[in-house]
Design a protein around this ligand. Structure first.
Ligand SMILES: NC(=O)c1ccc[n+]([C@@H]2O[C@H](COP(=O)([O-])OP(=O)(O)OC[C@H]3O[C@@H](n4cnc5c(N)ncnc54)[C@H](O)[C@@H]3O)[C@@H](O)[C@H]2O)c1
Length: 439
């Protein structure tokens, strides 16, 4: 079974099934398709499926032309029919792994996908889970279910975990050039997994188990969360001390070894860093273990939007104004610069806090034309304002929450009466600096 599957993969005759066609799944579809594999994309969202089958992209940094080429050459089709999972030799799972309202792992998407695969699991398939999750998920959710079929893992079918490392909007790295970590349930599973990813990724790194592979991803994101918390806390201290933390970080970053710069901001954002660490702290409880670094980083980072709102209040107060009744223009609602993704964006938390205090909110973001209802926020009545000088002048304060590259910061500072900058985006502005407050 193993040798046949490996041969099929090496000869690019294997059919690839990608489940979950989002920020992670879609780039993988394209990568396999461009290496002439036949790819079936599975998603529960019929709108996405229809768009993809007509060659449209719904992710800004993925050009529609790449999808169109594959659709035209019949290399790729998207479907909501999970019965077709039987057609795939290799199934890659890229579904969401959010938190519940109580900040526990929400594994329903992986569970539903596992149930769907279970119905059609057959000899000669390899299943790879890519969704970020706690160590043990591949065993506890996939393997346990698949055992009920009587098929033997490592002999009849193969199971691996391979964490995704997409960095949306970063032009320096592509799916192909980012090394890929793989762990297998058995050594034969690992061989199949390494062969699979070796066809489309330049460097594949194997680890000894699926649990190790699961923890790799969490370590990477916990490392970021803890380091961001460190500079966010230092931001509060250096403000009192009258030291410019950004200057300090830039100078420290000239050290050619042993230091990686992290920058303070308005709070954590995105689908990964605010969420993933809690997958590990949740699992750690099973071992009577408290993950203190994770908790502390969570506390520090969660407090930052409140600090930003305080700074906005103080800056308005200095101009004899209150937050209540002031017109606040939020610049950038995406969670980071140059992306069209608002998931977990700290800008939304800041907007929510400002709204509670009676601010009159507007926003401008070249990548987010309008806001939709989300799990935690509902700004669905709002759409992006064009950033004209009149718009800037007509607000009491402009708050820079996302440092998009195409904002003209000099013009913003000249036109707006007051600017609160959470990203040091105005660092190169020369005129009107007295109107800038950093937060
Ligand atoms: N976005 C990133 O930069 C990034 C980076 C690394 C890891 N990850 C991880 O990858 C996983 C996927 O994240 P994403 O950003 O691609 O999410 P996403 O929301 O962009 O895409 C997920 C897709 O899965 C679909 N879906 C939901 N339930 C499904 C089901 N039962 N069957 C099939 N499709 C289903 C959704 O409709 C959506 O299209 C998460 O675990 C995330 O933590 C994301």
């Amino acid at each position: 079974m193993k040798d046949d599957l490996i041969r099929k993969i090496r000869e690019h005759r294997a059919t690839i099934g990608v489940v979950g066609l989002g920020y992670v799944g879609l780039p993988l579809v394209l990568r396999f398709g461009e290496e002439h594999f036949s790819v079936i994309g599975f998603d529960v969202d019929p709108v996405k499926v229809t768009k993809l089958n007509s060659g449209e992209s719904y992710i800004r940094h993925i050009p529609a032309s790449r999808i169109q080429t594959l659709v035209k050459e019949k290399q790729f089709q998207a479907t909501t029919d999970f019965g077709r999972l039987a057609e795939a030799d290799c199934i890659i799972i890229c579904v969401p792994t959010p938190l519940t309202a109580k900040k526990d792992p929400d594994l329903q998407y992986i569970e539903k996908t596992a149930d769907a695969i279970l119905k059609t699991l057959r000899k000669g398939q390899v299943i790879s889970l890519e969704s970020t999750t706690y160590p043990g998920t591949t065993d506890e959710i996939l393997l346990d279910r698949f055992r009920t079929t009587g098929l033997e893992v490592g002999r009849d079918y193969f199971l691996v975990f391979s964490p995704e490392r997409e960095d949306p909007g970063n032009p320096k790295f592509s799916t192909r050039s980012i090394p890929k970590v793989v762990g297998g349930t058995t050594s034969d599973c690992l061989d199949v997994g390494v062969t699979l990813y070796g066809q489309v990724i330049d460097k594949v790194v194997s680890v000894s188990s699926t649990r190790a592979a699961e923890l790799v991803k969490l370590l990477e994101n916990i490392y970021r969360s803890v380091n961001i918390a460190l500079v966010n806390e230092l931001k509060l201290l250096t403000e009192r001390m009258g030291i410019d933390l950004w200057e300090v970080i830039d100078a420290a970053a000239t050290k050619p070894f042993g230091y990686t710069p992290f920058y303070p901001g308005p709070g954590l954002g995105g689908h990964c860093i605010p969420i993933d660490p809690f997958y590990l702290s949740w699992k750690a409880k099973e071992y009577d273990f408290s993950t203190r670094f994770i908790q502390l980083a969570g506390e520090v980072n969660t407090a930052i939007p409140y600090y930003v709102v305080e700074k906005i209040g103080a800056a308005l107060n200095d101009r004899s104004k209150s937050i209540r009744g002031s017109k606040v223009l939020v610049l950038g609602v995406a969670y980071k610069k140059d992306v069209d993704d608002v998931r977990e964006s700290p800008a939304l938390e800041i907007m929510e806090l400002l709204q509670h205090k009676g601010a009159l909110l507007s926003y401008s973001d070249p990548y987010i034309a309008r806001l939709h209802k989300m799990r935690a926020y509902d700004f669905s009545h709002m759409s992006s304002l064009e950033l004209t000088n009149d718009v800037l002048r007509s607000h009491d304060v402009a708050v820079i929450t996302t440092d998009h590259s195409n904002f003209d910061y000099q013009r913003i500072v000249e036109a707006a009466p007051l600017i609160v900058d959470t990203r040091n985006a105005t660092r190169n502005v020369t005129r009107g600096r007295e109107k800038i407050v950093r937060a």
